[in-house]
Design a protein around this ligand. Sequence first.
Ligand SMILES: [Zn+2]
Ligand SMILES: [Zn+2]
Length: 551
Amino acid sequence: MNTKAIITSALPYANGEIHLGHVASTYLPADVTTRFLKQKGVEVYYICASDDFGTPILIQSEKEGKTPEEYVEYWNKRDAEDFAAFDIEFDFFYKTSSLENRQFVQDVFKKLDHDGHIYESEIIQFYCNKDKKFLPDRYVVGTCPYCRAIEQYSDLCEKCGRVPEEIENPHCSICGETPVKEKTKHYFFKLKNFSDKLSEYLSGNQNLQKDVKKYVQNWIEEGLIDWDITRDISWGVPVPVDGVNDKVFYGWFDNHLAYISSAVKFLNDNGKDGKKFWNESDIYHFIGKDIVYHHYLFLPAMRLGIGEEYKLPDYIPTRGHLTLQAKKISKSRNWYIGLKDFLQIFPADYLRFYLVSINPYSQDDLNFDWDEFTTKINSELIGNFGNFVNRALGFTVKAFDGVVPDPGEFDDMDKESEKTIKDLVSDVGTLMEQNHLDRALKKILQFSAHFNQYFQHKEPWKKNPGTNSCVFLSVNAVHSLAVAIYPFLPKSSQKIWTQLGMNGDVSTQSFDEMSKIVINQGHKLGEISPLFEKVEESVIEEQKKKLGNNI
Ligand SMILES: [Zn+2]
Ligand SMILES: [Zn+2]
């Protein structure tokens, strides 16, 4: 395992609040992985930024009578607060509109241009006579020429994940009129120059998901299309060419460069050589499947185009979309749940637990279901996990005054349970390293289910011989659970740690500690209380009623 890593997750667009769909596929898996790598002793930094540029932000800021700078400043701050409330712990949360990113984007453009990867071309652009403006990207909707999905943005089909060469049946998304076509000059990035190198990179990188690689390779075989990287709007990174004053870069040219510019700034500010650190690290970009094209083609091609001055990604963990009660999330139809609203009703760890448990390492979509949420929390998190922790610690307090007894001799059942503790680190660690976070969490639940049964079988309340060994091993199993569950449920993990009477912060414990018997006889537990509260049906019914209700 590399001793250094940089983790990023897809940048939130600074144009609205974070909702459950955002966190499921990217921020949560990235946060869990970062915490895991920290436990493994890797020097890892989790870097993110708000994605500040683009037409939608410009238009919306105008509507609200703010400058775009003021507008994105608000969302940058609000996003950071929402993420913090969900215990998404970025080492640095910056912005694509930072001075560092603007400079970096312009430098990258100049290098690409110098090496012959940029050309200028006159294009025909949609123009709305009614709104009197060019209509780039999201301002035109129509039918995807590849998969025939209707009402797709002209710059991205959300159905098949591709960037249409030309959308069919176009109409203005502001007023609905059919736009006319006007001439304008744009800059293009020669994506075609990189077909072979991209193909080599994809086939050579064994960490990338096979199924994603397969369809990206198909796109390359079908022939890549050069990429229009400028827009006729005022809000963006200015194109650094003399005499060009009215053009900025397209958001997808500048936003992923903020992974690098933000990481380098953070590392430099912390007394390191940011560029060197980047190139020595394992690079992870966590994304949802809607932006595969951008992360498997544009992003590596641009890094190849500047001579791999910054290394290409080692991992691009790609996951499916979240649906809500089996329907597509939609803010306009109020079929969505804001992260902030959710966290005012339930603890962050409930959502973290549920979302990880339903989220495989694959392109499959996942579905948030209120009834399933209730069952998972009440029976798995509370009935299994929480119950064992409370039972083991509660009994030790009741029968031994909270002092861990001398275990004496181990019988066969004890020995088996001791082995279960010893095996936990490899059982969970292997799955975590392979990005199978859902399966790793399941292993932890199997571990606590095992100890629930063990406790039940040994019947320590009868004070038979073997009571002491059962209590001794159960308390140590709780210690194992505290360490194992930390990347998933950081708050609950710390609560268990404190109840165990351990000093300091569980986050500083190394991953291997979960398989060690470290709590010895004579150790005094802390104060015990239930970790979780059951989810009540009535609260869930209320939540269900809110969906789809336009107030
Ligand atoms: Zn499509
Ligand atoms: Zn219009």
